[in-house]
Design a binder for this molecule. Structure first.
Ligand code: DHB
Length: 368
């Protein structure tokens, strides 16, 4: 019987290289979830098989293939960056294996396979509310600076369209390479253009570098405001960015400073289990992804069939450390609150302090 065998989750993450913080955050969160909720669900022992894809999509696909064919995993999960998720989606379809995307955030990923379920966020979801905030706060001319791949292009497009609809204007749209970017020449261009604000999206692992160079180039002192998606002020690296980051306004779905009782418990437990490491939005994507898998396994009474699990993942509604969320049964994408936050010093540490919320935001990329 299937019930006598372990239930296997193949968790593929970048554990080395630029995206290594994504891997360490999600792995730690998945392990915390299992420590808190037990490793036996519906009578089956749950096994987590963690693999490092070094964020190379060919490697992600090869590891996924091995996990499905040799290890016979019931669920694939992780996916640090968009190209990894897109490379793995066809295999999820062919093998009818649910693919729980815990990190990658390009809108179209959920459309690449009917077996994708997402617990992270999308860039359109957070970029539109930031454009509205900017327009409401005297920001008219903006230069955008994004990583030149899926999520960056989504962020640029949805921010820019919304700002224009509000009567503002993106005067220049700059794109930097995903890997080892040198921001200096781009930031010099921004300094010369003197917009009201610079809007930035770079993936979490590249954010400390962009912040450092923004500050070194003196853009803030030149009167150019930095506004960004929360990837740029993510909680794993925020403290290390220093006081220059104070006052930066971002929009995102998770802050370690989110003031709910559930989040306070989550942050405390995560820090305690990980030598004081603060959880960032990747950790919450991983933690909630495990919740979605555990609940699907319970609902299906441990049978472990891919189609049954997928059906039981669709439509889940629960409270996350980030706030109330649901998995849209039609799109399989996450519906969640988007918060506006400002970097502030709290008890001697830098945090993204939430000051406004837009509730129950669906991915705007799906309403085309
Ligand atoms: C993606 C990766 C990130 O690290 C991030 O912060 C946002 C999006 C991605 O590749 O989809």
């Amino acid at each position: 019987f299937a019930q006598d065998k372990p239930f296997k989750i193949g968790l593929i993450l970048p554990m080395t290289g630029q995206q290594a913080t994504t891997g360490r955050q999600i792995e730690a969160a998945a392990k915390l979830y299992m420590a808190q909720n037990g490793d036996t669900v519906a009578g089956r022992k749950v096994q987590l098989l963690v693999r490092d894809d070094t964020s190379l999509p060919d490697m992600t696909r090869r590891l996924a293939q091995e996990l499905v064919v040799n290890d016979k995993v019931n669920v694939l999960a992780g996916m640090g960056i968009t190209p990894s998720a897109l490379a793995t989606a066809p295999l999820a379809t062919q093998s009818k294996t649910p693919l729980v995307v815990m990190s990658a955030a390009t809108s179209s990923i959920t459309e690449a396979s009917p077996y994708v379920v997402r617990t992270s966020f999308t860039l359109p979801q957070v970029s539109v509310p930031l454009a509205d905030w900017a327009s409401g706060n005297g920001i008219k001319k903006v230069v955008t600076l994004v990583s030149d791949y899926g999520p960056g292009i989504d962020a640029e497009k949805y921010f820019s369209q919304r700002l224009s609809a509000n009567g503002g204007q993106v005067t220049e749209a700059l794109r930097v390479p995903l890997r080892s970017p040198d921001f200096a020449p781009f930031l010099q261009k921004v300094r010369d253009a003197k917009p009201d604000a610079l809007f930035v999206f770079v993936p979490s692992g590249a954010s400390a570098a962009v912040m450092k160079q923004f500050l070194e180039r003196g853009l803030g002192k030149a009167g150019i405001r930095l506004i960004a998606t929360g990837d740029v002020t993510e909680d794993d690296q925020l403290n290390a960015m220093g006081d220059g980051a104070l006052g930066v306004v971002t929009s995102h779905h998770y802050s370690a400073a989110h003031p709910s009782p559930l989040n306070k418990q989550f942050v405390q437990a995560f820090e305690q289990a990980n030598k004081g490491l603060r959880p960032n939005f990747m950790a919450v994507g991983g933690y909630d992804g495990m919740r979605v898998i555990y609940e699907a396994l319970k609902t299906t009474r441990g049978v472990g069939d891919g189609d049954a699990l997928l059906a039981a993942m669709k439509g889940q509604v629960f409270e996350s450390p980030r706030g109330p969320v649901s998995i849209d049964a039609q799109t399989r994408d996450i519906v969640q609150n988007v918060y506006l936050r400002k970097v502030e010093r709290v008890d001697g540490q830098l945090y993204n302090v939430e000051f406004d919320v837009i509730e129950g935001v669906k991915d705007p990329g799906k309403s085309r």
